[in-house]
Design a binder for this molecule. Structure first.
Ligand SMILES: [Zn+2]
Length: 293
């Protein structure tokens, strides 16, 4: 039996007047209980990005099954708690070094980008900053640009600043519209670079590594919340799917009003992913009419 008082604090939705769009969360790696906890905290919409599964792939079929799963079964789990779920599709940089398999996976990926709930190409970027990773990233940027789709790019775990400079230079050289780019996992090391480029800036809040709610709030106080998003990323590692609500509490402690908080945790991610043309009610009021060109 659970001992009373041992559960993590979860505010009731009625105590959370803001609604939350979680722009980057790997619920594939979490239990169904976590969907319920998110719903209780006011999370109404999530984006599940395609990521690395923790071990090398052995065949292209593992990509296909995984992509099917994040757009199928994960969406069903989200729906059980009235959460509107979308996804992004990519081949991860950690999968770049087996180039034959990576190229086969890119071929398999193309039809998945046509799905009505696929809202970006991602997450892509550097891991070890190798030439093979760069070729894979450029191929996927081209796939997004051809389809006029948003891009979710993460900063490298090592050599973060140098890798970010190189990554943003590639985007500039390829003349990618900064409006269509969400550059994620920013820290104090990279925020000025991303602001200078002019794309959307993501901040991942973790219990120990990456940013704490305090450090994310410091960055938001310094740079403002315009074109910023916070996310929990929440995967198999030590992470916490409630880091967005916990950061909201920290911002309130600092005197932030609900209106800018709502822009940060709802309007910004909605506006970014709405560029896909694929967000649907209840996340947007009405699905936009397709634009004929
Ligand atoms: Zn991720």
């Amino acid at each position: 039996m659970r001992k009373p008082g041992r559960l993590p604090f979860v505010p009731k939705e009625s105590e959370q007047p803001v609604k939350i769009f979680e722009p980057h969360i790997h619920l594939y790696a979490r239990t169904t209980d976590d969907y319920e906890r998110l719903a209780l905290c006011g999370v109404r919409t999530v984006v599940e990005p395609s990521f690395w599964l923790g071990q090398p792939r052995t065949s292209v079929g593992t990509f296909v099954d995984y992509w099917e799963s994040i757009r199928g079964y994960e969406r069903q789990r989200a729906q059980m708690y009235m959460i509107d779920q979308y996804h992004t599709i990519s081949v991860n940089p950690r999968e770049a070094n087996d180039e034959g398999l990576a190229m086969e996976a890119l071929g398999a990926m193309a039809p998945f980008l046509e799905h009505e709930r696929c809202v970006a190409v991602g997450e892509i970027g550097y891991d070890d900053i190798t030439a093979a990773e760069e070729r894979l990233m450029i191929a996927q940027i081209e796939m997004a640009v051809e389809r006029n789709m948003p891009l979710l790019i993460h900063s490298p775990h090592r050599e973060k600043r140098q890798g970010t400079i190189r990554n943003l230079d590639i985007l500039r050289d390829m003349k990618v519209d900064p409006d269509q780019v969400l550059y994620d996992h920013n820290t104090e090391e990279t925020m000025d670079l991303v602001r200078d480029y002019g794309c959307w800036a993501g901040m991942t809040v973790y219990p120990y590594t990456k940013l704490s709610p305090e450090r994310a709030s410091n960055l938001l106080d310094e740079y403002g919340h315009e074109r910023c998003m916070i996310n929990s990323s929440a995967d198999w590692g030590v992470s916490d799917p409630l880091m967005v609500p916990r950061t909201i509490v920290e911002l309130r402690r600092r005197g932030w009003d609900d209106a800018p908080i709502q822009e940060l945790v709802w309007d910004n991610p909605r506006d970014f992913y709405a560029q896909s043309g694929r967000l649907q009610p209840p996340t947007v009021e009405a699905r936009p009419e397709p634009v004929s060109v």
